[in-house]
Design a protein around this ligand. Structure first.
Ligand code: NDP
Length: 425
């Protein structure tokens, strides 16, 4: 039976109390994760680069600050805000909101990547020392963390002026610490400028590949040419970011946009965590060069290719099905009905495991670490963290789907027993 909206609201806000460890998590995570970012960057450039070394390599105060960092960071945000507002690409509608309306979003993130790329090439042509990003990494991370806090405080305060239908169900518990962390307002906007959608894929994600390029240029400065390992890490991660931006429209149906409020969790994740931890392998390679044979490189490229194929195909299949279930590419697939009127796929990629897209994503994550060899655990931080994140995310999604679809979801789980890894989990 479909729960009525009041019961659903009560259930979600009650369940969400426990998300990320509830109030305790909401207090500890904003302290612990920013420190983790700074710690990991410091570690990646220390000679030992050991997660277990004692005492840990803590940066000195002058390593944390450079006046160039806030200028570059704010300039970068401004550049992408301008590109966002430019009349490039199509405009797409999001899913129907609780008040029955749909928001419009410019699909021009890929233009942002290309314009950002041209801009960087011009800077390189003019002799800009992009390798200096290696020295700037800690000050940039400090600024991104500070911006995340200030921006989240702004979002929290302004959410009290938002109408109740514009609030996220899970971020509206009345506990200020928890709501600040999870996010109260679902789609905060300044005019037509959607703050969450802007941050989700643009400054942080594109910033990540720019930082990677900086690490590659640093390697060129130090050793005359980029290593094969560095080229692989840069290429794989550029493919991932370019794919996300090419398929930007798909973000409109993800949990982040549809369900989660915009608070510290997403702001910090988008602006600080992603750009400064996802590319740790490149930062690691600057100080810890790795020899890579052609055979190993070919095997790693194949793994990344397989992961990418599964990731892209499964995401596209579900997006196509959700946007137009009558499209010829999905009409052959077996589905089951739910009481909400929506159907669930039980064959094709979504009949293999309940999150084939996560499986593909994790194969790629492994391929990004393998070029760094097996001498250190640090370059495997991303794949370990990402496995934990996706297992947790899968459990959150599962809870929401069970609340939405009830018995139909149980039927789906019986038909497709494995969650992420076929025949394992
Ligand atoms: P998903 O794209 O996996 O979407 C989950 C939703 O899909 C469910 O809530 C449900 O929504 C729908 N769904 C689930 N099962 C079925 C089915 N059998 N048939 C039809 N619809 C179904 O969510 P995410 O946002 O978690 O992930 C999107 C992509 O982003 C993934 O590839 C993931 O790996 C990646 N990602 C990457 C991160 C990173 O940091 N690199 C972080 C998080 C995600 P409904 O029924 O309401 O449509």
């Amino acid at each position: 039976m479909r729960p009525n909206s009041q019961a659903l609201k009560h259930k979600l806000s009650h369940d969400s109390e426990r998300e990320f460890g509830g109030t305790l998590g909401a207090v500890c995570i904003p302290i612990f994760l920013p420190l983790t970012v700074l710690f990991l960057i410091s570690l990646s450039r220390s000679p030992e680069a050991s997660l277990f070394q004692w005492p840990p390599p803590l940066p000195s105060a002058d390593q944390l600050w450079d006046p160039l960092a806030p200028v570059l960071l704010l300039g970068w945000f401004a550049l992408h805000a301008v590109i966002y507002l430019m009349p490039l690409g199509k405009v797409s509608e999001g899913l129907v909101l609780r008040d029955g309306t749909r928001l419009k979003y410019p699909i021009n993130g890929f233009h942002g990547l290309c314009i950002g790329g041209v801009f960087l090439m011009l800077l390189l042509g003019l002799g800009a020392p992009l390798g200096y990003l290696f020295e700037l990494l800690l000050p940039l991370a400090v600024c991104a963390i500070a911006v995340s806090f200030l921006f989240s405080i702004y979002l929290y305060i302004r959410s009290f002026w938002a109408p109740s239908h514009a609030l996220a169900l899970g971020g509206n518990t009345g506990n200020p610490l928890y709501d600040f962390f999870i996010g109260r307002e679902l789609n905060p906007r300044i005019g037509d400028f959607d703050l969450k959608y802007f941050c989700e894929l643009r400054p942080g994600l594109i910033g990540w590949v720019v930082i990677n390029l900086g690490m590659l240029m640093k390697e060129v400065e130090l050793r005359g040419s980029p290593s094969l390992a560095m080229i692989l890490v840069n290429s794989f991660q550029l493919l991932y970011v370019a794919d996300a931006l090419w398929n930007e429209e798909a973000v409109l149906t993800t949990m982040d946009i549809v369900h989660d409020g915009f608070g510290f969790m997403l702001v910090f994740g988008d602006l600080a965590w992603v750009p400064f931890t996802y590319g740790l392998q490149a930062a690691f390679l600057v100080v810890h060069p790795q020899a890579l044979s052609s055979l190993k490189a070919a095997a790693i490229i194949a793994l990344n290719g397989i992961g990418y194929y599964i990731f892209r195909q499964s995401n596209s299949q579900k997006n196509q099905f959700r946007r137009d279930p009558t499209h010829p590419s999905v009409t052959r697939l077996e589905t089951i009905a739910t009481a909400t009127g929506k159907r669930l796929l039980v064959s094709g990629w979504w009949g293999l495991v309940r999150h084939p897209n996560y499986f593909g994503d994790l194969l790629m994550a492994l391929a990004w670490s393998l070029p760094c060899g097996f001498s250190h655990l640090l370059p495997y931080f991303y794949v370990i963290y990402f496995t934990i994140l996706l297992i947790h995310r899968e459990a959150r999604d599962e809870r929401q789907c069970r609340a939405k679809y009830g018995l139909a979801w149980d039927t789906y789980c019986r038909r497709v027993p494995y969650r992420i890894f076929p025949y394992i989990y």
